[in-house]
Design a protein around this ligand. Structure first.
Ligand SMILES: Cc1cc2nc3c(=O)[nH]c(=O)nc-3n(C[C@H](O)[C@H](O)[C@H](O)COP(=O)(O)OP(=O)(O)OC[C@H]3O[C@@H](n4cnc5c(N)ncnc54)[C@H](O)[C@@H]3O)c2cc1C
Length: 381
């Protein structure tokens, strides 16, 4: 039997699940094919769970224009997820503290925040100290409160999955795509049955698997790079999240009784995605945590690593910071969010594009649709 769809999504991390929910919700016939037995087994759950609100990226990306663009996409994603899944927000009653170490950057950072419409409130060092006595703020030139928040990614994905299913999306989980020819895929499902799936568009929301998917199914080499980053998972360090915006300093978010801490700008280029911890890098992160929490020993803590990806043609461009959408082969689209927080923006651009190209809805054309029917370009990065 041949299963026919408008869109086949390859990969069920945040991008695939969110696209499945949005596309099904506007009446498209959608199937999501995930190779693992559970959804989002990679970076989409193996991360800090930091729902950014532009605070970090407006400040930390060197180029001001790129910083403001990424920040505005993070704000877009942040606001959308706050509305869509408020139950998945954690610690909403405690605002995290933002630290700036470099005194000569404070006014530039604040002016970027103002331009990007990042919400922040300066607080004194003594007020910060009173709030988190265990923290050392001596290295900080300025402290602020921000609206960034922790996200329970599993709860968000559960909702996306449930709503997509309710709207008619089909799922193959634990499934292997044996081959893709034209607009038809041959899929071995988790029971070993062979299925034929046809779709007008294939969308590769495969994250770290996107490069090998295009190699294997289409013999196309995408300029995708892999960047490894480390995290420490430890018992809750303080009553509020704390993060520096400076390079090589720590950024900490909370999830219940646990804190997850990352190191700013620690991403290292690697040849293949892996979870192997690089001891020196993990140690750098532990040292950065001790610069904020000098008494932290970290005996109970666990070092983990994960890999993110970016799609670049220009190797000097910022790494894994921005979204990318490409159609390297007609009918086959690669989508990478840069960050979880940018998935709402990415999937909205994707939804609009697919609506334009697969439009069979019973809605009258607008004059601009009637008179301008040329191809809209699909290249966002
Ligand atoms: C250490 C680290 C910390 C991070 N922290 C944050 C953070 O705090 N906040 C934030 O906003 N972003 C963060 N990010 C970035 C964010 O995690 C990723 O950008 C995002 O999760 C990517 O989601 P995705 O759905 O595109 O890809 P993925 O999460 O990689 O999901 C891809 C899915 O596709 C499946 N798949 C792959 N190949 C195939 C195939 N051939 N067939 C079928 N299925 C396939 C995989 O099994 C997987 O389920 C972090 C990333 C890392 C590495």
């Amino acid at each position: 039997m041949i299963h026919k769809y408008d869109v086949a999504l390859v990969g069920g991390g945040i991008t695939g699940l969110m696209a499945a929910q949005k596309l099904s919700d506007i009446g498209m016939r959608v199937v999501l094919i995930e190779k693992h037995a559970t959804f989002a087994s990679g970076p989409s759950t193996r991360n800090e769970g930091w729902l950014h609100r532009g605070t970090y990226h407006a400040a930390s990306i060197r180029d001001r224009a790129t910083a403001l663009q990424v920040a505005s996409r993070c704000i877009y994603g942040h606001e959308q997820l706050r509305r869509f899944s408020p139950e998945a927000l954690e610690d909403i009653d405690v605002k995290p503290l933002v630290l700036i170490r470099a005194e000569d950057r404070v006014s530039e950072v604040v002016s970027r925040w103002d331009e990007a419409e990042v919400r922040y409130r300066p607080i004194s060092l003594s007020a910060a100290k009173a709030r988190i006595p265990a923290a050392n703020f001596d290295n900080a030139a300025a402290v602020f409160e921000a609206d960034d928040v922790s996200l329970n990614t599993r709860l968000l994905y559960r909702k996306l999955h449930a709503l997509a299913r309710k709207a008619g999306c089909d799922f193959f989980v634990g499934a292997e795509i044996l081959r893709i020819e034209g607009q038809a895929a041959t899929i071995k499902d988790m029971d070993g049955r062979i299925n034929a799936v046809e779709a007008q568009k294939f969308v590769y929301s495969a994250g770290t698997g996107a490069k090998s998917a295009f190699q294997e199914y289409h013999n196309i080499e995408l300029p995708i790079r892999y960047w490894k980053s480390h995290l420490v998972v430890t018992k809750r360090l303080a009553s509020a999240g704390v993060f520096y915006v400076d390079a090589h300093e720590a950024a900490m978010m909370h999830h219940g009784q646990m804190s997850i801490v990352g190191l700013n700008e620690d991403a290292m280029l690697c040849h293949a995605p892996s979870y192997d911890v690089v001891p020196d890098r993990a140690q750098n992160l532990r040292n950065a945590i001790r610069r904020i929490f000098p008494d932290w020993i970290g005996e109970d803590a666990v070092d983990i690593a994960c890999t993110k990806v970016d799609l670049v043609s220009d190797t000097d461009s910022a790494r894994s910071l921005n979204i990318a959408i490409r159609e390297p082969k007609p009918g086959h689209i690669c989508v990478l969010p840069g960050k979880m927080t940018e998935a709402p923006y990415l999937t909205d651009v994707l939804t609009s594009y697919l609506h334009h190209h697969l439009d069979d809805s019973p809605i009258s054309m607008r004059p601009c649709d009637e008179f301008v029917r040329e191809e809209a370009p699909l290249k966002v990065a």
